[in-house]
Write a new protein. Structure first.
Length: 436
């Protein structure tokens, strides 16, 4: 592609919220699509608790292969089984095990990458700066990551899950407000998220232990939720991935192997990091938004635990200590046409704007795997992405790590061959960078 002046975009699972892995918003810049879906092999070494996985594999395929090799092992990554491994790992990747084990990217041991010069590199030959960059900084900016070596994690034979629904009339506002302080401070083996839809809040939990212990913990830390033993379900870790993905643990594990390659809806999402509990009255006001016909959902993922014990510069993903939870605004719809588009976009953007006073500031941060072009788009200058323009959105995803990412980009792809509307720009030479 470089020889013929055709740029390349790389798709592993096609889950980029803005579609940047397979489309361009600028019709003047043609590109070739490199689809990694066939690079989906997963090789698990249970004795070493390691695995090699192709970038085109899905999280569901990875989970299925790990569990087939050993029910004592797992991998800490996202809830949606059709997400591609390549994009997920290169953006950080968090899920139900993050409070115990951190990000998916925290468990990458090695990778095989093709750079802009066509060289095949591993961790040793690419060097630690590039290896750092692809573990949370977006692999698509630096080359084509073909495969990843992962460190697997230990899980007990049985874990415990529950879903408790509370309506607005059943004190859901009070429970969400309290959850903000409780969930990030729970023991690391206990993950408790909130899924808010219509006029209900669903409290969904994964606990790396048995039901009796979980009941005791919930009684001690969050008695207002009213959790009782009958709410518990003891299942294997691999069943828990089905439980969170399909809202039932009784569905067959083979559902994890369904790649879901036929999109049937439109999506717009935005994200925030919350560092101080949002007041009760603000949560009460969100029910009006959620009652609208075009309403989407809110997903609150608690941090704390291991997430707060990793330095913000250890990987490009900076959202560690000091963040109570990630807040995702998610809207999907199936109707065609501009009326439906405008209505759903107005909902997600309007609620996001209302929350501005209560979330992170200077910058208002977001999660790169919840891609959001509203935060800013790249512009070209002399056929290279403008660093100054990219910094507008880049510091929202990466904070102080953005400049180092741009320095790595200048080192490995100074001509900006791998680029899209939110790719990392090369750092201008005048700015310099001491560590490279």
């Amino acid at each position: 592609g470089r020889r013929h002046g055709v740029r390349v975009r790389v798709r592993s699972g096609g889950h980029d919220y803005e579609g940047l892995s397979y489309l361009s918003l600028d019709p003047r810049e043609p590109f070739a699509l490199l689809d990694l879906a066939a690079l989906r092999a997963v090789r698990v070494d249970p004795a070493r608790a390691e695995a090699w996985v192709g970038s085109g594999a899905t999280l569901g395929e990875l989970y299925y292969a790990v569990a087939a090799a050993s029910r004592a092992l797992a991998f800490p990554a996202g809830v949606c089984p059709t997400v591609g491994v390549g994009g997920h790992l290169s953006g950080g990747g968090f899920g139900t095990l993050m409070r115990r084990y951190g990000l998916a990217a925290d468990h990458v041991l090695d990778a095989v990458l093709v750079d802009a010069s066509g060289r095949l590199l591993n961790r040793t030959t690419m060097g630690e700066d590039l290896f750092w960059a692809i573990r949370g900084g977006g692999g698509e900016s630096f080359g084509v990551v073909l495969s990843w070596k992962l460190r697997l994690v230990r899980v007990p034979a049985l874990v415990t899950v529950f879903t408790i629904r509370r309506s607005r009339k059943q004190s859901a506002t009070h429970l969400i407000a309290k959850w903000q302080e409780i969930a990030p401070a729970l023991p690391p083996d206990l993950y408790l998220r909130v899924y808010v839809r219509n006029q209900d809040a669903q409290f969904q939990s994964l606990f790396l232990g048995r039901c009796d212990r979980l009941v005791s913990l919930m009684r001690a830390h969050f008695s207002d939720l009213g959790m009782v033993r009958a709410d518990c379900e003891e299942i294997t870790w691999i069943q828990s991935t089905v439980y969170f993905a399909f809202h039932s643990s009784s569905k067959p594990l083979e559902l994890l192997l369904d790649r879901g390659t036929k999109p049937d809806s439109y999506v717009k999402a935005k994200s925030d990091y919350v560092q101080v509990p949002i007041p009760w009255h603000v949560w009460e006001s969100t029910w009006t938004w959620l009652a609208k016909q075009e309403a989407g959902i809110l997903i609150l993922d608690p941090y704390g635990g291991r997430m707060g014990r990793v330095a913000p510069s250890a990987t490009p993903f900076p959202h560690r200590k000091g963040n109570l939870y990630n807040l995702q605004y998610y809207s999907s719809w199936s109707e065609n046409g501009t009326d439906a588009f405008d209505k759903h976009m107005a909902w997600v953007r309007g609620l996001y704007k209302q929350m501005e006073p209560y979330v992170s500031k200077n910058p208002r941060t977001g999660y790169v795997n919840y891609r959001d072009l509203d935060l800013g788009r790249n512009e070209l200058g002399d056929n290279v992405t403008s660093y100054a323009k990219a910094k507008v959105w880049g510091e929202k995803y990466f904070k102080g790590n953005f400049e180092r990412l741009a320095a790595v980009k200048a080192m490995v792809d100074p001509d900006d061959f791998f680029r899209n509307e939110q790719s990392i720009p090369p750092l201008p030479a005048a700015k310099g960078w001491n560590s490279i």
